[in-house]
Design a protein around this ligand. Structure first.
Ligand code: ADE
Ligand code: ZN
Length: 328
């Protein structure tokens, strides 16, 4: 599974942070975040709300563009070891300079340099999706979208939304998504992880995204599943995350295989891998064990990811060619 070429569309940069690195950085800065870790040195949380609190506590250690460069390089080296050839990272101006455009530019510059270094070392390609956070003030999402529009380029190619889907409604963020669409950024939003099939519908209607983060609860409305298939909406599915957070009680209860069989453009990602004791190789192994997915299915989901990637057409053509030769 490690050797299979992989394309990952849904990875939160801070959520991908190795806990040992974050503990080291906290120690270097004399910041006490010991409550965020278990005795075994893994991240401590119980359930989704507690996960979000731990995530933000850990993120408080990251305070400068240099910190973010260090994290980015570590995360991308790790992704490359999993066989990832192209990845998209969710990046949050809320954590990088408090949505100030000038400060955000410095963070972007630092992260792009780290991504360039990772590419030279391993060949991995990276794009950044600027992400607003749903449980923060919706007015902040407008500033976040402005950060995205002002830094759109070779590296920043998308705009998205993560955070607590049980709060607010998609329409509260329509202004931000309109601004990002006007800037010709690719659009994605988390929905249907916690908010049910209705939230997927509302998100598509109000934010007009081409991709949905998770979207798995669409399975409870088969007419919606047909709509997703017909309109070729891509789902960024993170099964290990869903099982770890209790969206589904076990792998065999996860709808990923059914969604794929019903014609939905399914892709596979890890979300926040060390939080959920997973990595992309482990996700593939679980998909193989649980649903008997073989190289043909993995080729399909990776081709789906290339098709939906927020990259230029030359890169898309090259990735398509690379996957064709990798999978045969
Ligand atoms: N931010 C990081 N991981 C997330 C998840 N699984 N859902 C919503 N927001 C997130
Ligand atoms: Zn996510």
């Amino acid at each position: 599974m490690r050797e299979l070429a992989k394309v990952e569309l849904h990875l939160h940069l801070e959520g991908a942070a190795n806990p040992a690195l974050m503990r080291d950085m906290a120690k270097e800065k004399s910041i006490d975040i010991s409550g965020a870790f278990t005795e075994q040195g893994m991240y401590r949380f119980e359930g989704f709300q507690s996960f979000l609190r731990t995530y933000e506590a850990v993120t408080s250690v990251l305070q400068t563009p240099a910190d973010y460069a260090r994290l980015t390089l570590d995360v991308l080296r790790n992704s490359a070891e999993q066989g990832v050839v192209y990845t998209e990272l969710f990046l949050s101006p809320d954590f990088c300079g408090g949505r100030d455009v000038a400060a955000w530019r410095e963070y972007v510059h630092a992260m792009q340099e780290a991504a360039d270094q990772a590419r030279r070392e391993t060949g991995i390609q990276t794009r950044g999706i600027v992400t607003c956070i749903r449980h923060f003030d919706p007015m902040w999402s407008r500033e976040t979208a402005l950060c995205a529009a002002e830094t759109k380029g070779d590296f920043i190619t998308g705009f998205g939304m993560g955070g607590d889907e049980t709060r607010g409604k998609p329409a509260d963020f329509a202004y931000a998504f309109d601004l990002a669409r006007e800037a010709e950024l690719g659009l994605t939003a988390h929905a249907g992880e916690w908010g049910g099939a209705g939230m997927v519908r509302d998100t598509l209607r109000d934010l007009r995204v081409s991709r949905i983060g998770h979207g798995v609860q669409a399975i409870d409305d088969l007419a919606l599943v047909d709509d997703l298939a017909e309109h070729e909406i891509t789902l960024e599915v993170c099964p290990g995350s869903n099982v770890a957070l209790g969206v589904y009680p076990a792998w065999h209860r996860h709808p990923i295989s059914t969604l794929l069989e019903r014609g939905v453009k399914v892709t596979v990602s890890t979300d926040d891998p060390p939080f959920f004791h997973t990595n992309l190789v482990s996700e593939y192994e679980n998909l193989n064990r649980t649903f008997d997915w073989d190289a043909d299915v993995f080729k399909t989901v990776n081709m789906n990811a290339v098709r939906a990637a927020f990259c230029d057409e030359d890169t898309r053509a090259q990735l398509t060619k690379d996957l064709e030769s990798a999978y045969g």
